[in-house]
Design a protein around this ligand. Structure first.
Ligand SMILES: NC(=O)c1ccc[n+]([C@@H]2O[C@H](COP(=O)([O-])OP(=O)(O)OC[C@H]3O[C@@H](n4cnc5c(N)ncnc54)[C@H](OP(=O)(O)O)[C@@H]3O)[C@@H](O)[C@H]2O)c1
Length: 321
């Protein structure tokens, strides 16, 4: 039973102050939990066609990007697929067509780690001129082939990570946002990673993690910058998703409760487009994020370092046998 107000005020200050503080902390967590449940189960997704009739997806021939492309086509959007391999692009395009026959599809072969990134934004802008691109999924991203100390990583490898994740993401956004500003509508989703946001550090994948922190900050600033133009920019933060990338760097071979398939990730991710500046769309990832906030940074640093060292050791061992 709630005590009458005069009973509360007669309590000593040393008891009243912490109890009041505790009450507000509890209230904050209950409100956050209620909001989380509302977003996951009750909030209606945006009608993406209101942003424009086309979506552009980078890194669209595999993993998360391919899943986004299929599902956006199912939602009635025409699709621009951007990736490096024209044969794979053709194959994904044919499959989307078989699945959603009325979808218009344009493919653009581009290697983001190549030498021609300089004019990418102008080149891409020319390719998409006249298309009403309403949704951009800036998904392409690469990491090291295996864990390694900062000084051990080949220059070619880490420069590719920087080119694809940093320069590529900025140039694609640049190419697409100009048209969105003219039309005064659009949604941009930049795919970050828990490596750069959820954990305080990601040792032995340092440059990858740093590029993903960049993606997050880029997105959050663009979110504030372009809101007045009707453009919703979002930083999405996946943790592990069962793709080739995760198999390569974390030996993840199959989905589980906390590791969704690319399709399950994309389904959750599409529901979130156009809302908050930053989110972890898959429910189990947001649970992991919540618990990681409770742990001290030093513990998380030690845990990630031990994982990095184990992965590096495994790689060295594989190289020796
Ligand atoms: N999977 C995870 O656990 C996870 C976790 C956090 C964040 N992410 C992020 O999610 C995004 C997608 O990752 P994913 O796991 O879906 O990766 P993935 O399965 O390796 O697919 C990557 C896609 O990008 C394309 N690509 C790679 N390098 C390219 C280049 N240089 N130029 C053009 N296209 C290129 C690939 O084309 P090809 O088909 O030719 O290889 C493929 O279509 C990345 O930004 C990644 O950092 C993933």
């Amino acid at each position: 039973m709630v005590p009458p107000f005069h009973d509360l005020t007669s309590q000593p200050l040393w008891l009243l102050l912490p109890s009041t503080l505790g009450f507000f902390i509890l209230l904050k967590h209950i409100t956050a939990l209620a909001k989380w449940v509302f977003i996951l189960l009750l909030r209606a997704p945006k009608n993406l066609k209101n942003y424009g009739s086309w979506a552009l997806v980078t890194g669209a021939t595999d993993g998360i990007g391919k899943a986004f492309a299929f599902q956006l086509a199912q939602k009635g959007l025409n699709i621009v697929l951007v990736s490096r391999n024209s044969t794979k692009l053709k194959s994904v395009s044919d499959k989307i067509h078989a699945n959603s026959p009325s979808t218009l599809i344009k493919t653009i072969a581009f290697d983001f780690s190549g030498s021609g990134l300089d004019g990418l934004d102008e080149q891409l802008e020319k390719e998409i001129r006249g298309l009403d691109i309403g949704v951009l999924i800036n998904n392409v991203g690469v990491t090291y082939p295996s864990a390694g100390f900062f000084h051990e990583v080949d220059e070619e490898v880490w420069m590719n990570v920087v080119k694809v994740n940093v320069e590529g993401t900025a140039r694609v956004s640049m190419a697409v946002v100009r048209g969105m500003v003219e039309r005064k509508r659009g949604a941009i989703v930049n795919i970050g990673s828990g490596a750069g946001i959820v954990v305080p550090s990601h040792p032995l994948f340092t440059i990858y993690a740093a590029t993903k922190s960049y993606v997050d900050q880029l997105s959050r600033s663009l979110h504030a910058e372009y809101k007045m133009y009707g453009i919703d920019v979002q930083s999405q933060v996946p943790l592990y998703v069962a793709t080739k990338l995760a198999s390569r760097v974390a030996s993840i071979e199959r989905p589980s409760l906390f590791i969704p398939t690319p399709d399950a990730y994309a389904k959750a991710a599409i529901q979130r487009i156009g809302y908050e500046a930053r989110c972890a769309p898959f429910w189990a990832h947001s649970v992991q994020w919540f618990f990681s906030r409770l742990a001290p940074d030093s513990l998380l640093d030690a845990w990630r370092l031990s994982i990095g060292l184990k992965r590096r050791g495994k790689k060295l061992h594989e190289e020796l046998i």
